[in-house]
Design a protein around this ligand. Structure first.
Ligand code: GDP
Length: 450
């Protein structure tokens, strides 16, 4: 696994302590690391070059506040520039037109157009209280029309039938007519994709655009496409006046560098991110958060501030030392970590700031519930004996583990399953700690906080 940008920079920065300015000579090495981080995140090369030039411009001559190192200052410049490049506040769907507002979905086959169409329908119904109709103009793949029918039903929207023997223009005309006569607020038009850009496809969608005059023309692109996203984006941008981008499959392994490339190439905002195959897996795109993902480091700047503000740095350092020394991570450490997380503004607040890999490991599902779980976890740990807390093995594979667990459950007023769940979570955390031995979060916090 590639180490994150903060770690890379920290390594360099050690050699430049005491330097109070970012200069032409010390910035080169750092920029090389930034460049590598971006390329690893799959940002396209020309986009990386542009970006680096802008960062360099901003960084040169920048004063370095005494408590920070030039590396930290550069990280924060990079992160701010990334967020600024990728976003401009919240940009929801524009519906400011005479209804029905038409939204045209464009993109390659497999990008996630059909799925996103339904997700968007659900979003517009639930968040904007709109009456939504969907239609597929993909006359080449009957399965695509059926797929839209299915997912539209899941979204609670209405679906307008179309068939492979119709022409896209004919379908579009009938759908818009139906939408008008039945007072739909929004008509979402799913279109045919190809596996690669081809002229006929482009001509067809261009004609549809001219006919439908959509208020939004959304380019749907798969974040996993990485470098290739640039060519696709360019082709679509040259054909259609795009108004926004939906970046799908951000739940995959991709570091999401495509966001930066596509934003730069199309010049239009990334409005939504697809984060699962499910119908509710659509989020309003958050540029700040995504910047951290691209750099593989979460919102480090904010994390550092919070760490300095609230957390017992000494305790964090102790734990870091302990983990490093290879000593076993026990329930006392677990408890101290839980209470530190609470100090850092709750689990949900912290999860937002953690590097993506860590956050993903910790499971980001339902943070409110997580906070409730944390209270229960504390209760369970308190019901353990001091010996059990120091020797987790007693509960995991000790001979009398069953009776111990029963006693603890009783003491904490919970079910055995709750105790088992805690043991599982503990085990995961223990594994994670072992993995971080070489240089993980605590080490990083220590370095940046101290
Ligand atoms: P289309 O050909 O562009 O209409 O693409 P589809 O909507 O059929 O999606 C292609 C595949 O990608 C399907 O298996 C979807 O379930 C999947 N997919 C779409 N969006 C997402 C997403 O945000 N996350 C994940 N994990 N899968 C997605």
């Amino acid at each position: 696994m590639a180490s994150n940008l903060t770690e890379r920079l920290s390594r360099l920065v050690k050699t430049m302590r005491g330097q109070s300015r970012i200069t032409e000579s010390n910035v080169q090495d750092m920029l090389r690391e930034v460049r590598m981080a971006l390329l690893e995140a799959d940002v396209a090369l020309p986009v990386v070059r542009d970006f680096i030039a802008r960062v360099k411009d901003k960084a040169l001559g920048q004063e370095v506040v005494s408590s920070l190192t030039p590396g930290q200052v550069l990280v924060s410049i990079v992160q701010k520039e990334l967020s600024a490049t990728m976003g401009e506040g919240v940009s929801d769907i524009n519906l400011a037109t005479q209804p029905p507002a038409v939204i045209l979905m464009a993109g390659l086959q497999g990008a996630g157009k059909t799925t996103t169409t339904a997700k968007l329908a659900k979003h517009l119904i639930e968040k904007r209280k709109k009456k939504v109709l969907t239609v597929s103009a993909d006359v080449y793949r009957p399965a695509a029309i059926e797929q839209l029918k299915t997912v539209t039903a899941q979204a609670g929207a209405e679906w307008f039938p179309s068939a492979p023997d119709q022409k896209p223009a004919e379908i579009a005309a009938a759908a818009i007519d139906h939408a008008r006569r039945h007072y739909f607020d929004v008509l979402l038009v799913d279109t045919a994709g190809r596996l690669a850009i081809d002229e006929a496809l482009m001509a067809e969608i261009k004609a549809l655009h001219a006919q439908l005059k959509p208020v939004e023309t959304l380019f749907v692109v798969d974040a996993m496409q990485g470098q290739d996203a640039v060519n696709t984006a360019k082709a679509f941008k040259d054909t259609l006046p795009l108004t926004g981008v939906v970046l799908t499959k951000l739940d995959g392994d991709s570091r999401g560098g495509a966001a930066l490339s596509v934003r730069q190439i199309t010049g239009v905002p990334i409005k939504f991110a697809g984060v699962s195959e499910k119908i509710d897996g659509l989020e309003v795109f958050d540029a700040d958060r995504h910047a951290g993902r691209v750099l593989g480091m979460g919102d480090i700047v904010a994390l550092v501030e919070e760490v300095q503000k609230g957390v017992d740095i000494e305790a964090a350092q102790k734990l870091a030392e302990k983990v490093k020394s290879g000593a076993e991570f026990d329930f006392n450490d677990f408890l101290s970590q839980i209470s530190q997380m609470k100090k850092m503004g709750g689990l949900s607040g912290l999860m937002d700031k953690l590097p993506t890999e860590l956050a993903a490991k910790a499971g980001q599902a339902d943070m409110d519930k997580a906070e409730r779980d944390v209270r229960r976890m504390e209760g369970i740990i308190s019901a353990m004996t001091a010996k059990e807390r120091r020797q987790p093995a007693l509960l995991m594979d000790g001979k009398s583990k069953a009776s111990r667990k029963r006693r603890i459950a009783q003491g904490a007023g919970v079910q055995i399953q709750d105790v088992n769940r805690l043991l599982n979570q503990f085990e995961q955390m223990q594994t994670m700690m072992k993995k971080m031995k070489g240089g993980g979060l605590m080490k990083m916090m220590k370095r940046m906080g101290g």
